[in-house]
Design a protein around this ligand. Structure first.
Ligand code: MG
Length: 159
């Protein structure tokens, strides 16, 4: 089996009057993330990692933010569509690994729920999905709590 890797990155500002949703999990916080969709930066980074591994473009190309269909979209549904396309192209998703960089809220209590949500959408066992939270040690705008950043790596087999 040939193995492929993709990297995904996303960042969003805090400040939206809506719930904070990461990896499909609603997390108690004083503001949500600004974005055309629901701002779920974890779903976006994972989707870009999958698209990158398959060399199938990026999230902005698959779901243009000029398209009203995706306004306030549930990003886990966008991720499900990306998964469908990657699998339809004869790839198998092996695993994904995610790092969320934020000064808050604390993610540790939510990591397992996020893994479960991602695993459900990607049809993987939770053991193939890793989510890690860390702070930016108060460096830069993420460290000042203005927003958060997410890095994701995906591994695909086949094709
Ligand atoms: Mg995004």
């Amino acid at each position: 089996m040939r193995q492929r890797f993709g990297i995904g990155y996303d960042s969003h500002r805090f400040g939206a009057k809506r719930p904070l949703v990461l990896g499909g999990v609603t997390i108690e916080h004083d503001s949500g993330l600004v974005g055309h969709s629901d701002g779920d930066a974890v779903a976006h980074a994972v989707a870009d990692a999958l698209l990158g591994a398959a060399a199938m473009g990026d999230l902005g190309r698959v779901f243009p933010d000029t398209d009203e269909r995706w306004k306030d979209a549930n990003s886990m549904q966008l991720l499900a569509e990306v998964k469908r396309r990657v699998v339809a192209a004869s790839y198998t998703i092996v695993n994904v690994d995610v790092t969320v960089v934020t000064e808050g809220p604390r993610l540790a209590p939510h990591v397992d729920a996020m893994r479960e949500q991602l695993a459900r959408v990607l049809a993987l066992p939770a053991s193939a999905v890793s989510v890690k939270g860390k702070t930016n040690e108060q460096l830069d705008d993420v460290g000042a709590g203005k927003g958060l950043a997410v890095f994701a790596v995906a591994s695909l087999g086949g094709a």
